[in-house]
Design a binder for this molecule. Structure first.
Ligand SMILES: C[S@@+](CC[C@H](N)C(=O)[O-])C[C@H]1O[C@@H](n2cnc3c(N)ncnc32)[C@H](O)[C@@H]1O
Length: 171
């Protein structure tokens, strides 16, 4: 795979609230090892997984762990909310790694890209739809106004059915 050069993109800096992590928690084997590759210690993915008894490995570009270059840690699952500007590259790399994964992404236009269409055609894929829409946070943990798009988890090897649905309990 060609090397991806990291470029700061403010559209990538949206953070996941804890309530959006729970639908994945219940689909993972208790006590297993989860890698969160776009996350710092302050990520709600990291906090919820640790609190729920998972063995969590995490990393972020800012702390020197570039997802595209870092050695893939031993793990049972890869779960996060990836940088939106690198959605295709992230999915491609995840399928190359070959571990079960769940990535929280904007579902609008998810099948529009020819590259993604081909990837999903060739590989195992599941969609976990969430309702109501996830309201993302700024890094300061304050919520953004409005929820302009429907997001959910694109998974591989996580869900029993190819299409699953989950209500969110917003605190
Ligand atoms: C959409 S945010 C989500 C952050 C966190 N996963 C969450 O949900 O709260 C994606 C994050 O990935 C970081 N990032 C971008 N490129 C990366 C890379 N190559 N490796 C690791 N992290 C990266 C961005 O700086 C951004 O903070």
């Amino acid at each position: 795979m060609a090397q991806i050069q990291y470029q700061f993109n403010k559209n990538d800096e949206y953070f996941t609230p804890a309530y959006a992590v729970y639908p994945i928690v219940k689909r993972l084997k208790a006590g297993s090892r989860v890698w969160c590759p776009f996350d710092t210690k302050d990520s709600e993915f990291v906090k919820v997984f640790v609190q729920q008894g998972f063995d969590v490995v995490y990393g972020h570009i800012r702390t020197g762990q570039d997802f595209f270059r870092v050695r893939v840690p031993e793990c049972n699952y890869i779960v996060s909310n990836p940088p939106y500007s690198l959605k295709n590259e992230v999915l491609k790399k995840l399928y190359e790694i070959g571990r079960p994964f769940a990535m929280l992404v904007n579902f609008q236009g998810i099948f529009d890209s020819r590259e993604r269409f081909q990837m999903f055609k060739e590989h195992k894929v599941e969609m976990l739809w969430l309702s109501p829409r996830v309201n993302y946070m700024r890094e300061s943990k304050t919520f953004l106004k409005g929820v302009p798009f429907q997001s959910g988890y694109i998974c591989s090897g996580i869900c029993k059915k190819q299409l699953e649905f989950e209500y969110l309990v917003k605190q």
